[in-house]
Design a binder for this molecule. Structure first.
Ligand SMILES: *Cc1c(COP(=O)(O)O)cnc(C)c1O
Length: 494
């Protein structure tokens, strides 16, 4: 069987998964989807005892059939090796009456590592025949976590290079150091004089600059691509950990093959929770997927009313990776939930662009709501959740996980249906907020806060984070917004 991909907004394209990964976004602005999703089911009865890597081979094999088993095995082996601090890759812990799936044991201590450790290995295997030594330059504007995880994934990855822009003075001390100390011969990092939206808009303009694309292809044999979560190659690796969670629940005797499970997911761009939907389509018994938001609760309003309205204030919160008003991957969920109605999706997205809002038909909303729950937490509630979870369970969570934890604790519990909260970052990535929430001394540097947190909770900071205090800074470039194109041009000549 051949699996082909086309845009969520039209069905004319017919790309292999390799082509879809290399291209990133469809030409009409839609996201790549495959109508064959779910035709091949993933076997679950024998998951107990299976290693993460073996589960990954099974799940990715079903989702990316044009990669050979050997290619997938190479990608998986390189992506999920000893750069992970826990051999289980995504260990599952019982916390109170719930389960927490820890997704943050990768090299940058955030869940984006799960996808960004393997995307570069996929990318290296998508070079079309005849393209010779064409190189892919990954271009990213970041408000924090994505930039570092992308840098760590693409550093010295064959056939690729990466340029990351972050807004000067708008990311935490730890986040800035994580990026400016990045090693690797093919990496470029610059601070932009402006806010995240300025940097993001400039990057979008660079992607849309056809003259530049022609010039880079000709002079530098380079093609620009994106590592953000709309890429199929970033989405599918996340499907794996839903199956891994189920495997661990089976081992604990919390479920038997076929029993339903509920997942509560701290959500921003809707990639993480969408992967849960893919898992369900592949045959995982998922009862509900609960979308947890922070104060930027545009998804909560959408799932409650059927109207998605991005025209609202933007709040910069203590869970920065969830501060998003346009959740790009929602488009894929709407596509599948509407039975592949590309015309409807094209219309909704055009409304969003033109009016800043769209409304889905009532029947579609009802169908979505049968599977997707929702909730949100304001900043005070996030701090409370961090505090409560520690007081009651002796378990420290970060502000993103805390949104989901808060939402989970308010939900009625269903007898016999285990609930898994996805934990997306190490508390040591946000040591100041966590210290404040626990009532600890939060003066001094982020590193002082890490030490305070370690001492008070008996936990240990990830070595890569604690070591940043003395790591050598490699990048101190600062660029104006209108100089970003030139910066990319020079980076491509390197
Ligand atoms: C990116 C991120 C999220 C949001 O995930 P989406 O896939 O964008 O919904 C949540 N928490 C953390 C720590 C993140 O880095």
């Amino acid at each position: 069987m051949v699996t082909t991909f086309h845009s969520t907004r039209s069905t004319t394209d017919s790309l292999t998964s390799k082509q879809a990964i290399r291209q990133g976004l469809a030409a009409d602005g839609g996201l790549f989807v495959s109508d064959q999703l779910g035709e091949t089911k993933v076997r679950i009865d024998d998951l107990a005892g299976m290693a993460y890597q073996d589960i990954a081979a099974r799940v990715l094999g079903a989702l990316l059939p044009d990669f050979t088993d050997g290619e997938l095995a190479d990608c998986i082996g390189a992506a999920y090796g000893d750069q992970w601090a826990d051999p289980a890759i995504t260990p599952l812990r019982q916390v109170g009456d719930d389960w927490v799936l820890e997704l943050f044991h990768g090299p940058t201590s955030a869940f984006k590592d799960v996808a960004l450790q393997i995307l570069p290995r996929f990318m290296a295997r998508t070079t079309p025949e005849g393209a010779g030594d064409e190189r892919v330059m990954i271009l990213t504007a970041t408000s924090g976590d994505t930039g570092k995880a992308a840098l760590a994934g693409f550093a010295d990855a064959p056939g690729t290079a990466i340029t990351v822009f972050y807004p000067k003075g708008k990311v935490s001390q730890v986040q800035e150091l994580q990026m400016t100390t990045q090693t690797g011969a093919n990496v470029h990092v610059a601070a932009v004089d402006g806010n995240f939206d300025d940097a993001q808009s400039a990057v979008k303009a660079i992607f849309g600059d056809e003259r530049l694309a022609g010039e880079l292809a000709e002079r530098a044999h380079t093609r620009l691509s994106s590592a953000n979560s709309i890429n199929v190659g970033r989405l599918v690796p996340q499907v794996v950990y839903y199956f891994a969670a189920y495997a661990r629940l089976m081992e604990q005797g919390a479920v038997q093959a076929g029993d339903e499970v509920e997942f509560v997911v701290p959500t921003g761009n809707f990639g993480d929770v969408l992967a849960g939907y893919y898992a369900k389509e592949l045959g995982l018994p998922v009862k509900h997927l609960v979308v947890a938001s922070d104060r930027n609760n545009v998804l909560f309003d959408f799932l409650t009313t059927g109207t998605y309205n991005r025209q609202r204030p933007f709040y910069q919160t203590i869970s920065p990776s969830m501060d998003i008003l346009v959740s790009s991957n929602l488009e894929r969920m709407l596509y599948y939930m509407s039975e592949g109605d590309a015309r409807l999706i094209a219309m909704l997205m055009s409304d969003l662009k033109q009016w800043g809002a769209f409304e889905v038909p009532e029947t579609l909303l009802a169908k979505i709501r049968r599977l997707f729950g929702c909730g949100w937490a304001d900043e005070e509630q996030v701090r409370e959740a961090i505090h409560d979870c520690w007081e009651k369970n002796g378990y420290v969570i970060d502000p993103h996980t805390a949104c989901a934890w808060f939402v989970a604790q308010l939900m009625p519990r269903e007898e016999g249906v285990p609930r898994v909260v996805l934990s997306t970052a190490s508390p040591y990535k946000f040591p100041r907020t966590v210290c404040e929430s626990l009532g600890l001394d939060a003066s001094g540097t982020d590193f002082d806060c890490m030490d305070t947190l370690a001492k008070a909770t008996g936990t240990e900071p990830p070595a890569a984070l604690r070591g940043l205090e003395t790591a050598a800074v490699r990048f101190d470039d600062e660029v104006a917004v209108d100089a970003m194109t030139d910066y990319v041009r020079r980076a491509c000549q390197d």
